[in-house]
Ligand binder design. Sequence first.
Ligand SMILES: Nc1nc2c(c(=O)[nH]1)N[C@H]1C(S)=C(S)[C@@H](COP(=O)(O)O)O[C@H]1N2
Ligand SMILES: [Mo]
Length: 213
Amino acid sequence: MSKERYIQAKQNWAEKQKALGRTARIDRSKDRLPPGQKLTTGFPVLDLGVKPNIPLSEWRLTLSGLIEKPLTLSWDDFNALPQVEDTSDFHCVTTWSKYDCQWKGVAFTTLYELVSPKADAAFVYFTGNDGYSTNVPLEQCLDDDVLIATSFNGAPLPLEHGGPARVIIPKLYAWKGSKFVNGISFLKEDKLGFWEVRGYSNTADPWTEDRYA
Ligand SMILES: Nc1nc2c(c(=O)[nH]1)N[C@H]1C(S)=C(S)[C@@H](COP(=O)(O)O)O[C@H]1N2
Ligand SMILES: [Mo]
């Protein structure tokens, strides 16, 4: 993970914020539906049959692995961090897509700054309170639209959609974003998550229909 890549990500963020309300919306509307996807106006729920209802007083997010400052955040700690909003499209590998999801929460880059990953950290392994896990290259987590969302369309994120907090990585199929997130671990080697060990693609790019490995 190079310093340059991190700085570039922050710069992209600034440029995107500047462009919001000007051209960003229009740019995104071109060729918006990835191949093989159907647009839905509802919001289907996909989970492992478990919706872990953790009281906010007991909620924790633990950041661990190859970082200078290992950290466990309480709900209050987490919500005291700078908040960002981002509107993005959501693509599920089971072929539905949902446009214009309004997420609000903490940017991944904010957590990155807080824990100072070591130079050899190259992969991120996310876990959820339902026993879920998924893995993403660190570099892809630094894009300006990656966040840990606690709000959806102006209201607290409902439990069925991963509340109180879930990971959103719009450019990948949605299984790469853990609902009910409780752990973020920084690793040197890649480690496959729940669906990745069960035949789903490790790279999960909706634009190339990169669904199954
Ligand atoms: N913790 C957890 N995160 C998860 C899942 C899950 O079962 N558990 N399912 C994934 C899949 S396959 C998709 S498509 C999205 C679904 O999010 P939704 O239920 O809000 O539509 O969450 C992803 N994150
Ligand atoms: Mo999915």
